[in-house]
Write a protein that binds this ligand. Structure first.
Ligand SMILES: [Zn+2]
Length: 755
């Protein structure tokens, strides 16, 4: 379901193609000999994925709607299972039973000052052959909205994020007892009804603004890739970030047949108010009927109307009823047993369920996963024997909120804590740059893989292309770092797709990878995300699908075969240092902002700028945030930096002798390395959300998919809980100290081991 604000980075540079000759340096964690053998297998692997198969698999998997509980969802799971088995993998389907609401009744009408009934319907289009599968399509809705029947004045709230409500306060406008209408994007959608409810709203509409993914950006579907006036973005509004993702009735445990279930009333992650997504065709008459103050400049979209905030005189009636059914989700799991270290697991997943036909989301990621599995099957027949166990997973129920992966993680938590080394996730895939995000102990590793993959368009390596395009778009200060630092920085992970349970709940080092950025799209979660759209407007010849297969398959093999798991702590420690400085700056900026505003209040700035025809309300005087003691975290980061250098040196010195290290020593060493991400978790979890155990990465309570790094401290500062932030600094510092001790002990083991 991943979709962040698309940023277009296009550059065409011509470099000699000889730069592609893979950097033949010994791979990290490998002895020179095993490194060479590994590279030979990887070259064989990368020759196998075939765009023709990717196209065929996409056509098959997206031929009919395949949401949770649908006939074709099950059919796809069984088809994937048959493919895994055909390729010689040991595979099975694991089924969970989860709460999955579907619409029973949806009414949206304007009752004042004029009558208007919203269409709530995406029409079939003659040129698009799967758009007419009406009987199987889920209606447009937000899953896990509660039932409701409300009538109230309408208020336009921009993107509906907390800052928008601060602005409404300045305008003297309250949403208490109102129904709000918010634009999609700029936060995860579930944040909008959550914040609206916190401010007293009783209903929420979310519409797709043409400025964000409609006609303002390019021609609309079916002539172009963008959202047409009837297109609607379905999607989950489960409050996963405050509670937990997965089945709302079985938080923290697997939704197996005999699991103890909460009643619907006890479920914590449902929305607090009814919420419905609509098209801009349906939104325009409602917005046009609003009066009151003009919306601030930056709130206005590009519909041909004046954007007023309200409240009213537009008054709307919203009535929603859902079937609160328990439905099966079918995860397809395939296993390749490890030949030397079967108890160390490399796990790779992508979901297979969609909101409707889902060619882009998720099938453009699912098909490459299948091509990898097919290719690995071929290598196994040729005699390749992975050292570690490899698990391939096609998850079900990702769209409603990571149901299949979360339930699997919760069911197998104990064995995963013991055995899982790395989880690699992908979701929809498009044309463009290689996008890397994940645990920073894997930053160096994934940079290395990116140096060995050819970009289909420029024929440079995908690493070079990313590097150069980052230089092209960087500020002067950052350009210097980009040219000097060996590795590109990878993004931290928030949420939005299936890595969440692995990373945030269990502390398994994770990566989320994909290609994208070159094509605009406005079909996300609509009936028009289908084979016709993808083969006209995205990776039409499937060469980026092939690049994804090559990239992820290479990553899986390289992780599975290394004598020593290729974690690196130098980049990681550098990132921790950076986060520590970022947090200090966040606090300093906040102090400065409040100090300045207080001064302006004293000076009478708000009186001077008051316009009686457009009245505003001055903000209140606020106490300047206190000083926080970051020293424990700074010291721990320093300590980690030294340990990381120690480990790097020990590994490099031992490289030629890696193959002589005793098997038992390697086992102990790798177990320590696997534990390195677990050390960053706390059994108690984050404040008020104990399911989230990772102290460095979490989705934001008010950003949703967007990451909050060092979340306890950061959200403490952002949400003005300063003493909590100070406590969290101590907790993070302690974890970093323990991490540092672990890394030192791994270095010592290498120094002693083998001779
Ligand atoms: Zn997806």
């Amino acid at each position: 379901m991943r979709r962040c604000a698309a940023v277009l980075l296009i550059l065409v540079l011509v470099l000699p193609s000889s730069v592609l000759a893979a950097d033949e340096a010994t791979l990290a964690g490998y002895s020179p000999r095993s490194s060479q053998t590994e590279r030979e297998w990887e070259v064989k692997f990368r020759a196998i994925p075939d765009p023709a198969n990717l196209r065929e698999d996409m056509q098959r998997l997206s031929a009919r709607p395949h949401h949770v509980g649908s006939a074709y969802d099950k059919d796809n799971a069984e088809w994937i299972l048959a493919r895994f088995r055909e390729w010689g993998l040991d595979a099975h389907i694991e089924t969970f039973n989860v709460l999955f609401p579907t619409p029973k009744l949806r009414v949206l009408e304007m009752v004042e000052p004029t009558k208007f009934t919203a269409k709530l319907e995406e029409p079939a289009l003659a040129v698009d052959p799967t758009s007419n599968q009406k009987a199987e399509q889920l209606p447009t809705y937000n899953a896990y909205s509660i039932d409701g029947d409300v009538t109230a004045p309408l208020v336009f709230v921009n993107y509906g994020v907390p800052e928008d409500y601060e602005k409404l306060d300045r305008l003297g406008i309250s949403v208490k007892g109102a129904i709000v209408i918010a634009k999609y994007y700029h936060s995860w959608r579930g944040v909008k009804p959550k914040v609206a409810a916190e401010h007293g709203a009783i209903g929420c509409l979310i519409y797709s603004e043409p400025q964000d993914d409609g006609y303002t950006r390019d021609v609309v579907f079916p002539q172009g890739p963008m959202r047409n006036p009837d297109g609607v973005q379905r999607g989950s509004v489960m409050d996963f970030a405050s509670a937990s993702p997965g089945d709302p009735l079985t938080p923290g445990v697997g939704a197996t047949a005999d699991a103890k279930r909460l009643s619907l009333k006890e479920a914590k992650s449902l929305s607090k108010i009814p919420v419905l997504p609509i098209s801009y065709g349906d939104a325009q008459p409602l917005l046009a009927a609003l009066k009151g103050q003009m919306a601030p400049d930056e709130w206005r979209g590009t519909l041909p109307i004046p954007y007023h905030v309200g409240p009213g005189p537009a008054k709307v009636h919203l009535k929603l009823e859902f079937n609160w059914d328990i439905k099966p989700v079918n995860d397809v799991i395939a296993k390749i047993p490890g030949s030397v270290a079967p108890d160390e697991w490399i796990i790779r997943g992508n979901h297979h369920d969609a909101w409707v036909n889902g060619a882009e989301d998720p099938v453009s990621g699912t098909s490459p996963l299948l091509e990898e599995a097919r290719a690995l099957g071929i290598l196994l027949k040729q005699g390749w024997k992975p050292r570690r166990t490899i698990i391939y997973a096609a998850w079900d129920g990702e769209e409603p909120m990571l149901l299949g992966s979360t339930e699997w993680v919760e069911t197998h938590a104990e064995e995963l804590r013991q055995h899982a080394a790395v989880y690699i996730n992908t979701d929809g895939n498009d044309r463009g740059l290689f996008e890397m995000a994940g645990s920073h102990s894997l930053e160096q590793f994934i940079n290395g893989v990116a140096r060995d993959i050819e970009d289909p368009e420029t024929k440079m390596t995908v690493w070079q292309r990313s590097h150069l395009s980052q230089i092209a778009n960087a500020k002067a200060d950052d350009r210097k770092e980009l040219r000097q630092r060996a590795d590109l920085r990878i993004d931290a992970l928030g949420s939005g797709t299936d890595f969440t349970g692995f990373l945030d709940h269990l502390g398994i080092a994770s990566l989320n990878l994909g290609y994208g950025g070159e094509d605009e799209q406005g079909i996300y979660h609509s009936i028009y995300d289908d084979f016709y759209w993808y083969t006209h407007f995205s990776d039409t010849d499937f060469v980026y699908g092939r690049a994804l297969s090559q990239t992820i398959g290479t990553s899986v093999m390289r992780l599975a075969d290394a004598e020593v798991l290729p974690y690196d702590f130098v980049d990681f420690a550098d990132t921790v240092q950076k986060y520590t400085k970022d947090l200090q700056k966040l606090l300093a900026d906040k102090q400065e902002e409040i100090r300045e505003r207080n001064q302006e209040l004293d000076e009478g700035v708000f009186k001077a700028t008051f316009d009686p025809r457009r009245p505003t309300v001055a903000p209140a005087h606020e106490e300047v945030p206190p000083h926080l003691n970051f020293a424990p975290m700074e010291n721990a980061a320093e300590m980690l930096t030294r340990s990381a250098a120690h480990y790097q040196k020990a590994l490099l010195q031992k490289q030629t002798g890696l193959s002589e290290i005793q098997a038992e020593t390697l086992r102990v060493l790798n177990a320590k390395l696997i534990d390195s991400e677990r050390k960053l978790t706390s059994g108690d979890g984050l404040p008020r959300r104990p399911w989230y155990k990772h102290l460095l990465y979490a989705p934001g309570v008010y950003s949703g998919y967007g990451v909050k790094t060092v979340p306890g401290v950061r959200e403490g500062i952002e949400q003005k809980r300063y003493s909590e932030a100070e406590q969290e600094i101590l907790r993070v510092a302690k974890a970093l100290e323990q991490e540092s001790e672990l890394v030192d002990s791994a270095a010592q083991l290498l120094e002693k081991g083998g001779n």
